[in-house]
Design a protein around this ligand. Structure first.
Ligand code: UD1
Ligand code: CA
Length: 464
């Protein structure tokens, strides 16, 4: 497996990647730079970087703009070369800035930081189609408004004309430039140096290198992606939401394909990775974040949020649970309405019921906390029964302390365990106990005001 991955990387044809990310993104109406907006929990730029890296490129150059220091510090990976473009005078101008960072012996693939869903295979075929020439990724749109149009003479691509510079006849062309292209790096310096900005936007258009290539007799090929959504960019929140749904639909289809039962493939969100065993079932409106693993026959009820969780075979999570950074054993029953917080480990056959919160605790096999309880910073043994309303008082206002509850303990309802405190094996705590000292093994321990009754007592009546 490793060897195979290594060989694939090793054999990948050399390529540079330039990611254009200097544009402003005004239509997002946000203080967050556009490429830092998130799709499926990761920034747009992180999606583009992941795909770029899968091509094992010689260099990855990110062109960023004014205010982009935020982008740089948010991403901060050390395999990247950052180039600042200020002011932003167009896509050709952006590439001029990137040029000194490129390996001239390898072609250059241009990506956009705001086009997150292009597949690796599509980019690999674009690279392969280029050979020593130029390859453009193009799509046919019913409404091509706003895009650069691909102008052909016969079959041959001859140039790209931007919407604002196009004649009425050219505007009727439905084949558009997605902006993603592969260029011969050695030729690029000459072509970029010749770019002018005598156009409707007074910009240096990268798209003008196509006419320059044709003039130099360099072949220009156009390649279409399997799906047009691979080339969609994000310019607004509406487009971001639309791409999120496309992405999630793809994940849902992969899960279904792998045999996972989804109550509704349109109502699941995976913002990370979700690995499932056999016969896993997931009800509607669940959100999975980070790395989540569900073992065989795990069942997740409606409206659960699971982040960085591993759940072993046969466990059932009832609706409305929130589970964060936890490991859950086999055949457990969680929820409904349970909250499991970081650093929690449940062994097998544990029951955590409604309105129970567990934090930084290990709970042994067969133990139960079925109703309204807080178990924090605790080690709970096997076959322990935690009664309704039980609370570990783990915080004294300054420090956290641990509670240890040994095997076969029975804790009566409405008990407070004031940590640090230990309950010995087989002990019983009477309902309502406030436990401040350790409870010995096998005994009944309780703290309770003595019950009394007042004979002849009369309930007050309202004065007339
Ligand atoms: C560009 C293409 C157009 C194509 C469209 C696809 C040009 C001249 N036009 O147009 O043919 O149909 O993309 O969406 O290339 N950027 C910079 N620096 C700049 C300008 C832009 O880094 O000075 C980056 C932007 O952040 C963005 C990308 O380049 O990621 C494209 O810029 P954008 O302004 O969206 O290009 P369009 O005018 O839409
Ligand atoms: Ca655009």
């Amino acid at each position: 497996m490793l060897t195979f991955a290594f060989l694939r990387v090793f054999r990948a044809p050399a390529v540079n990647v330039v990611i254009l990310a200097a544009g402003q993104g005004k239509r997002m109406h946000s203080d967050v730079p556009k490429v830092l907006h998130r799709l499926a929990g990761r920034t747009l730029l992180a999606h583009v970087l992941a795909t770029a890296r899968s091509l094992a490129p010689r260099r990855i150059v990110v062109v960023y703009g004014h205010g982009g220091e935020q982008v740089r510090s948010a991403i901060g990976d050390d395999d990247l070369r950052w180039v600042r473009q200020e002011p932003q005078l167009g896509t050709g101008h952006a590439l001029q800035h990137a040029l000194p960072e490129l390996d001239r012996s390898a072609p250059t693939l241009v990506l956009y930081g705001d086009v997150p869903l292009t597949r690796r295979t599509t980019l690999a075929s674009l690279r392969d189609a280029a050979g020593d020439g130029v390859a453009l990724l193009t799509v046919e749109l019913d409404d091509p408004t706003g895009y650069g149009r691909i102008v052909r003479r016969g079959e041959q691509v001859v140039r790209i004309v931007e919407q604002k510079d196009a004649s009425a006849g050219e505007r009727a062309i439905r084949e558009v430039n997605t902006g993603l292209m592969v260029l011969p790096t050695g030729r690029l310096a000459g072509w970029l140096a010749r770019l002018g900005n005598e156009n409707a936007q007074s910009e240096y258009y990268l798209t003008d290198v196509v006419a320059a290539a044709v003039a130099d007799g360099v072949p220009v090929r156009a390649v279409q992606p399997p799906a047009a959504w691979e080339t969609l960019g994000v310019n607004s929140k509406a487009q971001l939401a639309a791409l999120e749904r496309i992405y999630q639909r793809g994940i849902a289809e992969q899960l279904l394909e792998a045999g996972v039962t989804l109550a509704d493939p349109a109502r699941i969100d995976v913002r990370g990775t979700l690995a499932c065993g056999r016969d896993v079932a997931i009800d509607v409106n669940c959100v999975f974040e980070g790395a989540v693993e569900l073992g065989d026959r795990v069942n997740i009820g409606a409206s659960c949020v699971l982040r960085d969780v591993r759940i072993a075979a046969g466990t059932r999570v009832e609706p409305f649970c929130h589970i964060d950074d936890a490991e859950i054993g086999r055949n457990c029953r969680i929820g409904p309405y349970a909250r499991i917080r970081p650093a929690t480990r449940l062994a097998e056959d544990v029951h955590i019921g409604n309105f129970v919160e567990v934090k930084a605790s290990e709970i042994g096999a067969g133990s139960k906390a079925n109703h309204l309880a807080y178990v924090g910073d605790s080690s709970v043994g096997r076959n322990v029964n935690v009664g309704a309303g039980t609370i570990t008082c783990n915080y004294d206002g300054a420090n956290k302390h641990r509670t240890v509850i040994e095997d076969d303990v029975f804790i009566g309802s409405d008990t407070q365990l004031v940590a640090p405190v230990r309950v010995g094996r087989g002990a019983t705590l009477g309902a309502g106990t406030t436990l401040v000292n350790d409870a010995p093994e096998g005994q009944l321990t309780m703290s309770r005001a003595k019950q009394m009754s007042v004979p002849g007592w009369k309930r007050p009546v309202k004065r007339k």
